[in-house]
Design a protein around this ligand. Structure first.
Ligand code: FES
Length: 151
């Protein structure tokens, strides 16, 4: 399917990306309603808005936990042995598989391709924040910190 001709306009695309970000902050993720509202506001089709939302890993189109842990599985992270090791560690630590959310609703684990932090791999992102040179110890500290906000 061809994208809406309006999305060829860089200013329109920029507005769309910003609107999606704001909607995600308000709704927690990009619900069907959120996508329809953004489409209506920017005079775009729901299909084009959804296509854009599902293309970028920054956007969530499904319900997630409070913290979305995205482990990079890109080449640089893979070559330093980080990706598989971190994913395995997080799966064991959180008792979930990739794509799942912990029972307490705090953490969702995902894998993504390149977080643009290849020089400091292995990298992972938690919501909007990037974490570099990750180790099991750093993961432990990070999870402890995040859980500390909810005791
Ligand atoms: S490959 Fe992991 S940050 Fe680029």
């Amino acid at each position: 399917m061809q994208p809406d001709v309006k999305l060829a306009d860089p200013a329109k695309r920029s507005m769309l990306l910003t609107a999606l970000y704001i909607a995600q902050e308000q709704y927690g993720y990009l619900t069907k309603d959120a996508i329809e509202r953004v489409a209506n506001r920017l005079d775009l089709t729901v299909s084009d808005v959804y296509s854009m939302a599902s293309f970028y890993t920054l956007y969530r189109t499904k319900a997630t936990g409070r913290y979305v842990l995205q482990v990079c599985e890109g080449l640089s992270c893979h070559l330093v042995g980080g990706a598989d090791r971190l994913v395995d560690y997080l799966c064991k630590k959180l008792r979930i598989k990739v794509g799942q959310t912990t029972e307490d609703g705090l953490f969702t684990l995902q894998t993504v391709q390149c977080l643009a932090s290849c020089g400091t791999s292995p990298a992972m992102r938690v919501n909007d924040a990037l974490y570099e040179n990750m180790t099991a110890e750093k993961v432990d500290e990070l999870l402890e910190t995040l859980r500390g906000y909810h005791v």
